[in-house]
Design a protein around this ligand. Structure first.
Ligand code: ZN
Length: 284
């Protein structure tokens, strides 16, 4: 099942080429609210309803109207250094017990097709990432049961302004990665049952059509299940929370020569079985 946010309303998506949209609040006769974030508090009820939902009235839509599938999470977790080759290109040691965790502040979230302002004087970089949306309150969840707590998966970009991120005596990850529009997600959330193996997904991104990242989530040093185990051992994860799971190799900071996003660039980010994000960049 694919669900998401069309013009601020909870939407079920069906079919391919073209994908069509069903408005959940209308189709359910008001049983589920239009607010895309509210559904995660009723996730099991929603899954049961959606399995039998009538999609005959599904309509085409404009991708520019898609919003973030989970636009107002209580918590956004982002994981650093979670692929070995990316750790090497970033000159960080590979984490042993658990990877670094920071946040992308909620105001940085956006939908999948956007225009992003580049901060003045900055070096803004790309990081395609698998993003997990939590479906149930998770506390002390063992890895073996972790996928039961996942509502679905979506594509994310952990856009990162490296000057601010790496400035000062301790890393400034959260702030450098939270400019407005620096956390595009979408195009929708796909439930784990839709994948042959939700733990093995190819992901990548391209700048102006040139592929710059190409990896697989099979290479995550700490896979989704271990991230949920490790995070939920410290604090509760809430329905609708996001986990940006880390980026594979190929970021601009790690290239020789280094390369950063410039006004006029178009960044497309893809994950197999989910879909694509598209960001255009302008001066600040
Ligand atoms: Zn990242």
């Amino acid at each position: 099942m694919r669900i998401g946010n069309l013009a601020g309303r909870l939407t079920l998506f069906t079919g391919d080429a073209p994908v069509r949209a069903v408005d959940v609040e209308k189709e359910s006769g008001g049983r589920f609210a239009a607010d895309p974030q509210a559904v995660f508090a009723h996730w099991d009820d929603f899954l049961a309803w959606a399995a039998g939902a009538d999609t005959a009235g599904a309509a085409e839509f404009d991708a520019a109207d898609l919003g973030a599938p989970a636009p107002a999470p209580e918590q956004v977790f982002a994981i650093g250094i979670n692929y070995a080759e990316h750790a090497a290109e970033s000159r960080f040691d590979r984490p042993d017990r658990f990877p670094p965790v920071f946040t992308k502040f909620r105001s940085s979230l956006s939908g999948p097709v956007t225009t992003v302002r580049l901060p003045d004087g900055g070096r803004t970089d790309w990081e395609v990432e698998l993003v997990v949306v939590v479906g149930r309150t998770a506390r002390n969840v063992p890895a073996a049961r972790a996928w039961e707590y996942v509502a679905g998966l979506t594509v994310g970009q952990d856009l990162s302004e490296r000057e601010l991120q790496l400035s000062g005596p301790a890393p400034q990850f959260s702030l450098g990665k939270s400019y407005p529009g620096f956390a595009p997600t979408g195009p929708w959330l796909v439930t784990p049952d839709e994948f042959a193996d939700p733990a093995v997904l190819r992901l990548g991104c391209a700048v102006n059509g040139e592929q710059v990242q190409d990896g697989t989530t099979a290479d995550l040093l700490f896979p989704v299940a271990e991230l949920i185990e490790g995070l939920s051992a410290v604090l509760p994860l809430h329905p609708g929370d996001l986990i940006f799971t880390g980026t594979p190799a190929g970021v601009g900071l790690g290239r020789s020569p280094q390369r950063f996003l410039a006004p006029g660039d178009v960044l497309t980010s893809r994950i197999e079985g989910i879909g694509e994000l598209r960001q255009s960049f302008v001066t600040g």
